[in-house]
Design a protein. Structure first.
Length: 147
């Protein structure tokens, strides 16, 4: 994935997280494109060309190591960036077949906030999920300092 010219979307994930890596391996095995859909590439953010992907997205900081450590990112060749549940939805829609219907449901207005809340819960608890380890835990929030 050299430069900012992309043929297929890129799924950027936390490669240090065993749960995230397991999910991506599952996706690569079961969600690979059908003849009717296009391909996609999965890249751990630790090895992704984040500045180039961010430049493709307009250079607004939408693609960063900090964000990719918190949520999976789906970066399209046109420079659109989706995060979290919406990134998963775009992956499912790209896959085609019955998965595309599930992805479309996740993008619908009534379901979007619920999908985002579920994604955030899973993300915060990924170290407790099957395949997860202590290395999967997100860094704790810093306490607010009073003045």
């Amino acid at each position: 994935m050299k430069g900012v010219v992309m043929k297929d979307p890129v799924l950027v994930f936390d490669g240090d997280c065993a749960f995230c890596s397991s999910c991506v391996r599952w996706g690569e095995r079961y969600l690979r494109q059908t003849l009717a859909s296009g391909g996609w590439e999965a890249v751990p953010f630790q090895f992704a060309e984040l500045p180039e992907l961010d430049a493709l997205a307009g250079g607004r900081g939408e693609v960063s190591a900090e964000r990719a450590g918190r949520e999976v990112l789906w970066v399209t060749p046109a420079g659109r960036v989706y995060g979290g549940a919406q990134a998963v939805a775009r992956l499912l829609m790209r896959t085609g077949g019955p998965w595309a219907y599930l992805g479309a449901v996740l993008t619908s207005a009534p379901v979007r906030p619920v999908a985002a809340a579920v994604y955030r819960w899973v993300s915060r608890n990924r170290h407790r999920m099957p395949g997860g380890t202590a290395a999967c835990a997100l860094p704790g929030r810093k306490p607010v300092q009073s003045a």
